[in-house]
Design a protein around this ligand. Structure first.
Ligand SMILES: Nc1ncnc2c1ncn2[C@@H]1O[C@H](COP(=O)(O)OP(=O)(O)OP(=O)(O)O)[C@@H](O)[C@H]1O
Length: 396
């Protein structure tokens, strides 16, 4: 199956990177990359993913010629990189690596201004821009005078990203930039990185061995196999729903069917009206409104606050009918799904709700109603049947 070409983000200012039958054989005979054809579109994130030793880093470093290909060409727009002097080539290519690779004896500010100063930019302007970039990547200005060793791993990675952006290159190469930090910081860095890229629209090639990171960040994902062969290049949703072969299916993981739901809009779910009571209302009212032992409690603006167990054997025990419902009595479990939710979010809302009823809210967080897991599953079945009908229709 041929994927629709991935287009760059609106306002993207990057260059197109094109691998044309590129191979790399190391002097000891190891074939790290084997006839790779790949286009990284302008303004988009292309993720290279695959098992250890499959040639991800080698492919990445051939773009800025830290490693020279043994065969094939790599183009930046219409320029063959082999014909561009390396210092000139690298001026337009930011590079971020694991552990940030900062200069240990330079302050954060000096680390960020290194490249612009090497390029002969005005020192004052470079420092002003460095402070701006620090703010963009979430570093307070007083960190400017610190040395890398005085920062946490996550903060060092932020400096690494700011440093790579300092010369405003149209292309960024990122080699496992978020791998050395704990999962919570990692998720934060990923989210901030996506926001930043939403504004900057660089052409990014991003290496990771983590398929979840690839799926979260990539506009398109290239799965490489050991021996440096491209197993599949596709947008994340397609990779999950239509892996090209058993290697890709295995690499993408067993729960890929469930994760693919994260890319499918739930459409207009059959949302049911839910009887609610307001926080502070009399407990007696809660018991009258409860369905299946649970009642949803909202604030005055109809924004859900939590579920109240309204049965006699509830824990904590119910108040007397006249006592008001308080926040302390609420079960806060259960995620909320928005009206534009994906099927995965809607299903998660239903499965995580103590009442079994997933709460759907509008853009301002006001209650629209609830759905059950079986209603979401029915929608999944409907969409699957519609997909099959359109595939059969398309083939006939
Ligand atoms: N300088 C070198 N000389 C010989 N072989 C090398 C050299 N550098 C890398 N290789 C080999 O080339 C293959 C690809 O290495 P590469 O670092 O590109 O893989 P990778 O996918 O980035 O791996 P990892 O996820 O473990 O970092 C591996 O088999 C590696 O051992």
């Amino acid at each position: 199956m041929v994927s629709a070409p991935v287009s760059g983000r609106k306002g993207g200012r990057g260059l197109v990177i094109r691998f044309e039958s590129v191979s790399k054989k190391y002097p000891d005979g190891t074939v790290a990359v084997d006839r790779l054809d790949l286009v990284a579109p302008s303004g988009a994130i292309t993720v290279l993913v695959g098992p250890s030793g499959c040639g991800k880093t080698t492919s990445l470093r051939m773009i800025n010629r830290m490693i020279e290909p043994t065969d094939g060409r790599i183009w930046l727009d219409d320029r063959d990189t082999a014909t561009v002097p390396t210092h000139q080539l690298r001026r337009g290519i930011g590079y971020v690596i694991q552990h940030a690779g900062l200069f240990p004896h330079r302050t954060v500010l000096d680390n960020i201004t290194t490249v612009p100063e090497l390029l002969g930019h005005d020192r004052k302007r470079a420092r002003r821009r460095a402070l701006e970039l620090m703010e963009r990547v979430g570093l307070p200005p007083h960190f400017a005078k610190r040395y890398p060793a005085q920062l946490s791993g996550g903060q060092q990675q932020r400096v690494g990203v700011a440093r790579a952006l300092a010369a405003d290159p149209p292309v960024m190469l990122m080699d496992e930039p978020f791998s050395a930090v704990d999962p919570v910081v990692r998720a934060q860095l990923q989210n901030e990185f996506l926001n930043l890229q939403g504004e900057l629209g660089k052409t990014i090639v991003f290496v990771t061995h983590d398929i979840d990171e690839a799926i979260k960040l990539g506009d398109q994902v290239a799965v490489l196999q050991v021996g440096g062969r491209l197993a599949q290049l596709a947008p994340p949703a397609e990779l999950l729903s239509e892996p090209a072969d058993t290697f890709v299916a295995g690499f993408v993981g067993r729960d890929r069917g469930y994760r693919a739901l994260g890319f499918a809009g739930a459409g207009r779910l059959p949302v049911r009206q839910e009887q609610v009571i307001a926080l502070g209302a009399a407990s007696g009212e809660a018991r009258d409104a409860a369905e299946g032992g649970w009642v949803l409690v909202t604030d005055a603006a109809q924004r859900p606050q939590g579920w109240l167990r309204a049965e006699a054997d509830a824990d904590p025990p119910p108040s007397t009918p006249a006592e008001p419902v308080t926040e302390a009595q609420l079960n806060l479990g259960g995620t909320l799904a928005s009206e534009n939710a994906t099927l995965r979010e809607a299903l998660d809302a239903a499965l995580s709700s103590p009442s079994g009823r997933g709460v759907i809210v509008d853009d301002s967080g006001r209650l629209l109603g609830t759905v059950t897991a079986s209603e979401v599953l029915a929608r999944i079945e409907q969409q699957r049947a519609a997909g099959e009908r359109s595939t059969q229709g398309g083939e006939s």
